[in-house]
Design a protein around this ligand. Structure first.
Ligand code: HEC
Length: 110
């Protein structure tokens, strides 16, 4: 009984440590690292959710190219395009707001 409780607590601490650790680590490593990590995550999400229409290199396909998207859209704009859709583009399903922000970071850096 006591052991079970300890194991449970330990598991909980691991989860908390894993979540908190990511945030803390990013802060300690400085802004550059954080951006690089988030951009890498964004690139992966982009390839999974957007590349089929916008091209693996953002050059376009079924959708317009996004290479110069930063000239027309800021980050908030792209997040809402992803979450709510835009013109003939439907909202992208299964992407959280946080993931959308990472994708927007990636798109804007290209
Ligand atoms: C099913 C195909 C499809 C998918 C998947 C898709 N898009 Fe689009 N996207 C489009 C089309 C088509 C347009 C043009 C809409 C219009 O102008 O009416 C568009 C427009 C955009 C625009 C505005 C471009 C401009 O020139 O103003 C952005 C930014 C964008 N998409 C980002 C994304 C991102 C990021 C993802 C992935 C999370 C994504 N799209 C997934 C088809 C798609």
């Amino acid at each position: 009984m006591k052991k079970k409780l300890l194991v449970g607590l330990f598991g909980l601490m691991m989860v908390v440590a894993a979540c908190g650790g990511g945030g803390d680590g990013a802060g300690e490593n400085g802004g550059d690292d954080t951006t690089a990590n988030e951009t890498a995550a964004g690139e992966e999400l982009y390839q999974q959710n957007c590349a089929s229409c916008h091209g693996g290199d953002l050059s376009g396909g079924a959708g317009p190219g996004l290479v110069d998207a930063s000239e027309q859209h800021d980050q908030d704009d792209i997040v809402s395009i992803i979450l709510e859709g835009y013109g003939s583009m439907a909202a992208v399903a299964g992407v959280s707001e946080e993931e959308a922000e990472d994708i927007a970071d990636y798109v804007l850096e290209q």
